[in-house]
Design a protein around this ligand. Structure first.
Ligand code: GTP
Ligand code: MG
Length: 371
């Protein structure tokens, strides 16, 4: 018997950061933890970030579709990583544009595999800044933000199905009163203000994961609106070879240009994230010279989450960007950002692979209503 924790929440909410932080915290207590990343396409920044922060072999990934649409892959991958590592706990991070996970992932896992997998309460992460942008609005605001209505719907459904709402980034964002508002609006969930960076509140999150299986309740999800929300996002996963750049400088320059370009165009940034590391001879796990930056809003400075080494060299970069525009426009934005970063840092980049698309209509393998 082992435990599975599923983390959900909007793009950039902090799922990977919490997954790695929680795995390390549990590891210090003698638990053996593996994690699973997930995306609609291949070349995942999150896999590199998780591998950087966790012991060799503790990370598995599911690419090419979300957990609900690749349910068999999820079950197989959970068992494979548990068999390989002897993990007693697996933490799996869902795609940030996914919802309806109780009916399509947690309930089927409990129903079909409950004798070997103990599934923890569903934890949805939310950060104050996104709550202000996509959360409940006044009638006036609502009209003003009509263009984002589908994304607001998706955001609300993610919170409405949560057993635990982790109100994250409390070290960096103002959330006074938000915990109370979330508790009123989503009365079934336990709301925990926390920060995966400082560890504040994480004790309560970890405790909540050990709680018994919560009573199921049905959630209405309008799949057309859910699909429309996902279709509003351009998705781009790409790999570049970069010659002659200091990794940390280059990743910040790319995201800095993208931030300004999205602000000018009025595009919502879901999450733009980027890693760069030596192209040859370095493992992807351990302290492998990785630099990583993230951007979760347009017009702000990107965060250099992992600074990386100071010397310049031949790098391989992985770019994962989700922005509220067409895939075609997104490809143009990213190409321009790479060019601008090359100009300011004196690097030369070439694309190895680019995959730009909008997520397909969600078609879960199972959808089990509450008993
Ligand atoms: N200050 C602060 N920053 C955080 C915290 N958690 C995450 N972040 C930052 O938020 C950004 C996004 O974090 P991720 O953990 O990648 O978010 P995610 O939900 O996994 O993103 P997607 O997988 O793309 O949906 C990164 O720059 C993180 O460093 C936190 O508790 N405090
Ligand atoms: Mg992530």
């Amino acid at each position: 018997m082992f435990r599975l924790v599923v983390l959900s929440g909007f793009l950039g909410a902090g799922k990977t950061t919490m997954m790695v932080g929680a795995a390390r915290a549990l590891g210090r207590r003698g638990r053996r933890v593996a994690v699973i990343t997930n995306d609609q396409a291949g070349d995942l920044v999150d896999t590199a970030v998780a591998a950087h922060g966790l012991p060799e072999g503790a990370v598995a990934e599911i690419t090419g579709g979300c957990f609900c649409c690749r349910f068999e892959d999820l079950e197989r991958t959970i068992r494979e990583v548990v068999g390989r590592t002897g993990a007693d706990t697996v933490i799996a991070e869902a795609v940030g544009s996914c919802t309806d996970l109780q009916a399509t992932v947690l309930r089927p896992l409990r129903r079909f595999y409950g004798d070997s997998i103990r599934v923890s309460p569903l934890t949805t992460l939310v950060e104050p800044i996104r709550m202000a942008a996509l959360g409940p609005a006044s009638a006036g605001d609502r009209a003003h933000r009509a263009a984002g209505a589908d994304l607001e719907y998706l955001f609300d459904r993610q919170l409405a199905e949560a057993d635990v709402i982790a109100l994250t980034k409390m070290d960096a964002q103002r959330g006074a009163g938000l915990a109370g508002e979330l508790a009123r609006r989503y009365p079934y969930a336990l709301v925990v203000p926390c920060s995966a960076v400082t560890g504040q509140g994480m004790e309560r999150v970890l405790e909540a994961w050990e709680a018994p299986e919560p009573a199921g309740r049905d959630l209405e999800v309008d799949y057309d609106r859910y699909a429309a929300a996902e279709a509003r996002l351009g998705w781009l996963n790409a790999r570049y070879l970069v010659d002659g750049a200091v990794p940390g400088e280059w990743v910040l320059a790319v995201l800095g240009d993208l931030s300004r370009a999205c602000a000018r165009a009025g595009y919502v940034i879901g999450h733009a994230k980027l890693t760069a590391q030596a192209a040859h001879g370095l493992p992807t796990s351990g302290v492998g010279g990785l630099a990583k930056a993230s951007l979760v809003a347009a017009g702000v400075a990107p965060a250099l989450d992992i600074p990386g080494p100071e010397g310049a060299g031949a790098l391989r970069a992985v770019v994962n960007v989700r922005v509220g525009c067409s895939p075609y426009e997104l490809e143009g934005l990213v190409t321009n950002a790479i060019r601008a970063a090359d100009e300011t840092t004196g690097a030369r980049s070439s694309a190895e692979s680019t995959n730009a698309f909008s997520p397909a209509y969600p078609r879960p393998v199972h959808r089990i209503p509450a008993a």
